[in-house]
Design a protein around this ligand. Structure first.
Ligand SMILES: [Zn+2]
Length: 149
């Protein structure tokens, strides 16, 4: 399944998805055990989040004897990319470079990560502009306030 633009999940639902992504197919008991350890959630709490994810079509349920098995056809990497893009859509284009620089300064990186980031940056250098054009409506960022018109 391609990631639906309408899909929004809460941080709590995301915790459930991580268990499913890591294990491909899991029982609710397995999800409950992991999140009891990590978050100290009661089984009923975890079950509520599982139910919401099924409703959102993020999880599929399959019956196997007495047990229900949960899986997903949403790819984790695709989903995270979709959420990141979504987040960045709320920010003025002019601010994005600074945000990425901030993120880079915060995350641990492998030599391979640095290689691939450097490759992208070298390509970006050829297309770089002096000032990134603002993409916002006046009144939604500091580039163009309502009063400027
Ligand atoms: Zn702007």
């Amino acid at each position: 399944m391609t990631v639906d633009h309408e899909i929004k999940i809460s941080d709590s639902e995301w915790e459930v998805m991580r268990v499913v992504w890591a294990n491909n197919q899991v029982t609710s008991k397995e999800i409950i055990d992991v999140l009891e350890q990590k978050k100290a959630w009661k089984p009923a709490t975890t079950k509520t989040f599982i139910g919401r994810l099924v409703k959102k079509d993020m999880l599929q349920v399959e019956r196997s004897g007495k047990r229900y098995l949960y899986s997903t056809d949403v790819n984790e990497a695709d989903f995270v990319k979709h959420m990141l893009k979504d987040l960045f859509e709320n920010v003025c284009n002019r601010q994005k470079g600074g945000m990425i620089a901030y993120l880079l300064s915060q995350v641990p990186l492998s030599h391979d990560d640095i290689e691939s980031i450097t490759r992208i940056l070298n390509k970006k250098r050829d297309e770089a502009v002096d000032v990134v054009p603002c993409n916002c409506l006046p009144g939604q960022c500091h580039c163009r306030t309502i009063k400027e018109k």
